[in-house]
Write a protein that binds this ligand. Structure first.
Ligand code: CP
Length: 337
């Protein structure tokens, strides 16, 4: 299947527009479907879970008897490991499927894989797929709640939520923060989810990068754009994106060379202002989009982002499988903690 031409997948994209708390199953497909109060509730739940992880015994009985399937059709370290650990910390049964070594290798379609996984009656299916719309497609063909763990260059909503959580923990209020997102915005699902999430929470966003890697018209979302790397200087936070060589079509010259990209756009200490926080979703290309010294510096929040991933994904799984207002959720959590 090619990324944009598959007619079996594209029509169900409309499903992401359904309100997350509407009738029927709830999914987390896109940040665009969340209200500010949803984000506040999820970050509050994540904080509560962070408190429970400070105890010697870190496991909670909250999702005992529930089943979470992690179906990763594209490589992942952070997202797959944190969803697996999050489900285990909540006592759910966890099944992890990767494209390599599964029947996908034998040509099984996404629909047949979804129907097969759905036959086990899982409560949640976490889907990463190179194709835009794949998680919504799985939601349409199974009875499970579906979480989008990254679909092509479309969305990565739990990455945006964990980034918001990291910002709140490190800097307090997100409202009024100025975040510069630097690099390959064109191929980045992280950028799309983060722009929506940051704007929803009242931050200001400036996209910085070469013209070929900033999508035309993206400022309609409410962000600023700049082709000058110097524009990262006034920002409170510099969010560096990976150069996604695997998504760049062969033969298309988005940048003359990686060496030139690094020379003109690489984030180095010389280009940062003292005290600016630096984030990156990972995996990082040291010495390409980010200098190794910047990645390892005290101002780098990269490790905190990974740590946030666990509690935020616990919150997302818990929230999808429970009902009621946030205060009731937190009270219930305190009871079981
Ligand atoms: N940030 C992120 O999605 O990392 P992985 O590809 O390792 O999951």
């Amino acid at each position: 299947m090619t990324e944009d031409k598959d007619t079996r997948v594209r029509p169900v994209l409309r499903q992401e527009l359904l309100p997350p708390h509407g009738a029927g199953r709830r999914h987390l497909i896109s940040i665009a479907a969340l209200e500010r109060e949803d984000v506040v509730r999820l970050l509050g739940l994540a904080r509560t879970f962070a408190g429970t992880l400070e105890r010697d015994v870190k496991k909670l009985p909250t999702l005992r008897g529930r089943t979470v399937v992690n179906a990763f059709f594209e490589s992942s370290t952070r997202t797959s490991s944190s969803f697996e650990l999050a489900a285990k910390r909540l006592s759910a049964d966890v099944m992890s499927i990767k494209a390599s070594g599964s029947a996908v290798d034998k040509g099984e379609s996404l629909k047949d894989t979804a129907l097969t996984l759905g036959a086990y009656d899982p409560d949640v299916i976490v889907v990463r797929h190179p194709q835009i719309g794949a998680p919504a497609f799985v939601a349409a063909h199974t009875g499970a709640h579906v979480v989008n763990a990254g679909d092509g260059k479309h969305q990565h909503p739990t990455q945006a939520l964990l980034d918001l959580y990291t910002l709140e923990e490190e800097l307090g209020e997100i409202e009024g923060l100025h975040v510069a997102i630097v690099g390959d915005v064109l191929h980045s699902r992280v950028a799309r989810s983060n722009i929506q999430a940051l704007l929803l929470m009242g931050a200001r966003v400036t996209l910085v990068g070469p013209p070929a890697l900033i999508p035309r018209g993206i400022e309609a979302l409410g962000c600023d754009i700049s082709y000058d790397i110097g524009s990262i200087q006034p920002a409170d936070v510099v969010y560096v994106l990976r150069m996604q060589r695997e998504r760049m079509l062969e033969g298309a010259n988005f940048v003359p060379s990686l060496r030139e990209y690094t020379a003109r756009w690489g984030v180095t200490h010389a280009r940062l202002r003292a005290g600016q926080k630096v984030m990156h979703p990972g995996p990082i290309n040291r010495g390409v989009e980010i200098d190794a010294a910047v990645a390892d510096a005290a101002e780098s929040l990269i490790e905190q982002q990974v740590r946030s991933g666990l509690v935020v994904r616990m919150a997302v799984l818990y929230d999808l499988l429970t009902r009621g207002p946030a205060t009731a959720d937190i009270a219930m959590l305190k009871e079981v903690a």
